[in-house]
Design a protein around this ligand. Structure first.
Ligand SMILES: Nc1nc2c([nH]c(=O)n2[C@@H]2O[C@H](COP(=O)(O)OP(=O)(O)OP(=O)(O)O)[C@@H](O)[C@H]2O)c(=O)[nH]1
Length: 149
């Protein structure tokens, strides 16, 4: 029997530090925004970084700003690319790209997520994350991404 090859999508995600969580603690103590996916859909109730799929003709930065406006009701400034990886789920191949980002205005609201939380990289290791994020979290925890803003 032949099995359909899952389609590939480019997904951009934001590493957003909690405002004023960074004073004097170094990156190890910083908290970043993560979200729990809605129940019922793909990767239900797993955790991920805010963001979503890049649409045709859109830059990564524009897609990330749009997704965070739609899903969190915030305005972001998008910084440098921190990490890139690829993972194949049964339904989808994801090219995941993580960007440094900062909140410019607004308080994040879970408009498209089950729950939002700020966690340190160490705390994130204990959460059930989307599989594509597992190597990302290892690099984040090990400090392999360089400066995070
Ligand atoms: N935003 C985000 N998506 C991720 C991450 N890791 C990861 O595997 N993904 C996957 O990338 C895809 C992002 O798509 P999306 O957020 O635009 O769409 P969705 O599946 O929630 O809903 P939709 O397709 O009905 O719009 C999902 O399949 C999600 O599981 C991550 O850290 N952040």
């Amino acid at each position: 029997m032949t099995r359909a090859v899952p389609r590939t999508v480019r997904v951009v995600a934001a590493l957003i530090p909690q405002p004023s969580s960074d004073r004097g603690q170094g990156d190890g103590g910083r908290r970043f925004l993560v979200q729990q996916r809605l129940p019922g859909g793909s990767r239900a109730l797993l955790w991920e970084f805010p963001g979503g799929k890049v649409e045709a003709g859109e830059t990564d930065e524009a897609a990330l700003a749009r997704e965070c406006r739609e899903e969190l009701d915030v305005e972001l400034s998008v910084g440098r690319r921190l990490w890139e990886g690829r993972h194949t789920y049964p339904d989808l191949t994801v090219e995941l790209v993580l960007y440094a980002a900062a909140l410019v205005s607004g308080e994040p609201k879970p408009l498209g997520a089950h729950m939002l939380a700020f966690h340190t990289p160490t705390e994130m290791q204990a959460l059930p994350f989307c599989e594509a994020d597992v190597p990302l979290l290892e690099d984040l925890l090990a400090g392999r991404m360089g400066a995070l803003d």
